[in-house]
Design a binder for this molecule. Sequence first.
Ligand SMILES: [Zn+2]
Length: 275
Amino acid sequence: MPEMPEVETVRRSLIAQVKGRKITHVEIRYPDLITGDVDQFVEFVTGATISDVGRRAKFLLIHLDNGYTIISHLRMEGKYRISADPSAIDKHSHAIFTLDNGQKMIYNDVRKFGRMQLWNTDELSENKSLKKLGPEPLSTEFTFQNLKPRIMRHHKDIKTVLLDQSVMSGLGNIYVDEVLWQVKLHPETPANHLSDEDIQKIIEASNQEMDKGIAAGGSSIRTYVDATGHKGNMQNNLKVYGKEGTPCPRCGTEIVKIKVGGRGTHFCPKCQVVK
Ligand SMILES: [Zn+2]
């Protein structure tokens, strides 16, 4: 699944290629991609100019100059591709936006889990999906004061709590494993056992992991490719995710993989302790 650094990488790539471009034609080939009325989506988007491309956690926000925003969630396999080449369109291309420079912004999604929704830009904070998101790394709201009560009210394991997008948003399975390794916490530690120092470390490690992820152009563990077709190389920086059976980079103990809250979880059984 694309995580926040991947979505940020896609955002930067899109902004460079589509900002200021007018959308002259819209074709929706898979109607279920659109949450809400498809005809209305096509009607409102056609003729609008892309004024900016923003992001909230893992949601891309394609702002239009007519007061509407396309909220786009890539989910498992969604990708954007910008191309003028007709061969770039295939059976997995579910939305095709023709731009005024002859290029097409093509949304591909092999697994069809991604969704797009048109929303009034002034009322984005009221959108059901965006409203429930907790503070995200690298934002001004990502502070100890905001995070401590959100984490400490849970007695579930910290892995599940950090994955809960209403507690903090943007971190998925890969980065939560990496953050917990960085801060030396066992993923099954009850969240309300954390000290202030643990929470402070989680904040710092989350910011660092997101920074590193963005600098590396995202992870390409799965089939993620940015809008220019480049694969990210974040997987080279991962310390525990997908590294079961290999030595911990800190202490040499073999990394193990267990299930926590139903999710595959990688950690070092020696240097990550339960509190
Ligand atoms: Zn270790």
